[in-house]
Design a protein. Structure first.
Length: 372
C-alpha cells in the first residue's frame, strides 16, 4: 500500500550546525523540515544501552507491522480510506508536532522500564485487534452461509419461506413427503417416472411447490418404508432430494431466525472491530513514535557520545514528492557521511572490508517513518 507520507527521523551533533543546510539545500530546499522534540532520558550504563538498541530495533519493526496490519484490516472492513487520527489529531500533525506523553510515560523511569510499559500496552492491544478480526471473519462466514441458503437456487437454498403445511403429509404413521429439486430440463422425465422409481409412491402425489430459473421443487408422498430407496433412486436420476429439510414448525422458526441472527451478529462484530481498530491505530501509532523517539535518543548517545548534545529533525516527503526520498538520502550521506569515519567517505573504497559493513548501518542516526 502506498504511504500517505514518509519521513526521515534524523539526529546530528549540534556541532555540525545542520539546520540551515537541511532547510535550504536538501532537495533544493523543497522538503518540509520539522524539529523533533526528544527529551533527555535516564541513560543508565552504556552496556544497557547497547542491549536496548537491539531490542528497540525489533520492537520498532514489530509495532510498524502492527500499524500496517490494522490499516489493512480497517480498509478491508470499511472498503474505504478514512482519515487517520491519533489521539484526536490528524496523524501527520501528531508526528510533526510530537510531544512526549510525560503523564503516561514518566521520564523519571529508566529507558528499559519505559520500553516495557509502552510495548506491553501496544502489543496487548494488537492481540485484541487480531482476536476481534478473527471473530468478525467467523461471523461474516456464518452470515454468508445463511445468505446462500436464503438466496441460492432451489437445490441449496433454505426453504423456510417457501414450504407450507399443505405441501406435506403430517402426523401419519405410514406416509411421508419428500422434497425434490428437479432441473428444468428433467421435469418431463420426472413427471413420467417418479411414481415408479420405487415401490409404494402415491400416484399423482407430486405437488409443485416452487420454481426458479434452474429448478422446479416438488413434494412427493410415499410410504415411509421406501423413503431412503426413493431418495437413492432420485439421485440416480440427477434429481436433488432436499433431505436437509424436515417439516416442523420448530425447524421453520429456527431457520427464519438463522438469517436475522447471523446478520445481526455480523453487523455487531463488524462495528465492534471498526471501533477497536480505530482506537488501536491511535494508541499503537502513538506507542510506535514514542519507541522511535527512544531509539533515536539511544542510538545518538551510542554514536555521538555523552553528554547528549544533539539536534533532532523530521524531514517530510508527502505523496507528491515521494520520488525524492532516495535522492534526499543520497544527499544526506554525501553531506554527513564523514560522521561515520573514512568507511563512509565518498572518496574511500571499502575493498575487502565491504562484506564486514552492515549495509543498513548509516554513518549518522537516520530512521524512516512510513505513514500508512
Amino acid at each position: 500500500m502506498e504511504p500517505l507520507a514518509k519521513y526521515f527521523a534524523l539526529s546530528l551533533p549540534q556541532s555540525v550546525n545542520a539546520q540551515e543546510w537541511l532547510e535550504n539545500e536538501l532537495n533544493g530546499g523543497k522538503v518540509p523540515l520539522y524539529n523533533l522534540k526528544v527529551p533527555d532520558f535516564q541513560i543508565g550504563t552504556l552496556d544497557s544501552l547497547v542491549q536496548e538498541s537491539e531490542e528497540l530495533g525489533k520492537l520498532d519493526s514489530q509495532l510498524a507491522g502492527s500499524v500496517a496490519k490494522i490499516v489493512e484490516i480497517l480498509e478491508s472492513v470499511t472498503e474505504t480510506s478514512s482519515a487517520r487520527s491519533v489521539q484526536g489529531r490528524d496523524v501527520l500533525d501528531y508526528l510533526e508536532n510530537f510531544n512526549w506523553n510525560s503523564s503516561k510515560y514518566r521520564l523519571g523511569k529508566s529507558i528499559i522500564d519505559l520500553v516495557r510499559l509502552i510495548s506491553n500496552e501496544a502489543l496487548t492491544l494488537d492481540g485484541d485487534v487480531r482476536a476481534a478480526y478473527q471473530s468478525y471473519q467467523n461471523a461474516k462466514s456464518n452470515f454468508l452461509a445463511a445468505d446462500r441458503k436464503r438466496n441460492g437456487d432451489l437445490s441449496i437454498k433454505s426453504l423456510h419461506e417457501i414450504v407450507k403445511p399443505e405441501h406435506f403429509v403430517l402426523d401419519s404413521e405410514n406416509l411421508t413427503s419428500v422434497l425434490v429439486a428437479v432441473p428444468k430440463n428433467l421435469v418431463k422425465e420426472f413427471k413420467d417416472s417418479y411414481e415408479t422409481i420405487t415401490q409404494f409412491v402415491i400416484p399423482r402425489s407430486a405437488i409443485e411447490v416452487a420454481h426458479d430459473q434452474e429448478y422446479f421443487l416438488y413434494s412427493v408422498t410415499l410410504f415411509k418404508k421406501y423413503e431412503q430407496d426413493f431418495i437413492n433412486q432420485a439421485r440416480e436420476q440427477k434429481w436433488h432430494p432436499r433431505t436437509d429439510f424436515v417439516y416442523s414448525e420448530e425447524n421453520l422458526n429456527n431457520l427464519r431466525k438463522e438469517f436475522d441472527l447471523s446478520k445481526a451478529t455480523e453487523v455487531k462484530s463488524k462495528n465492534d472491530l471498526i471501533r477497536l481498530t480505530k482506537t488501536a491505530y491511535s494508541e499503537i501509532f502513538a506507542a510506535l513514535i514514542h519507541i522511535k523517539v527512544i531509539r533515536v535518543y539511544v542510538e545518538s548517545v551510542l554514536r555521538y557520545g555523552l553528554p547528549p548534545q544533539f539536534d533532532y529533525y523530521l524531514v517530510k516527503f508527502d505523496r507528491q514528492n515521494l520520488k525524492n526520498f532516495t535522492k534526499a538520502k543520497k544527499e544526506l550521506l554525501a553531506k554527513f557521511g564523514y560522521l561515520g569515519g573514512h568507511g563512509f567517505s565518498n572518496n574511500q573504497s571499502l575493498h575487502e572490508y565491504a562484506s564486514l559493513v552492515d549495509t543498513e548501518y548509516e554513518p549518522f542516526v537516520l530512521y524512516e517513518i512510513n505513514i500508512v
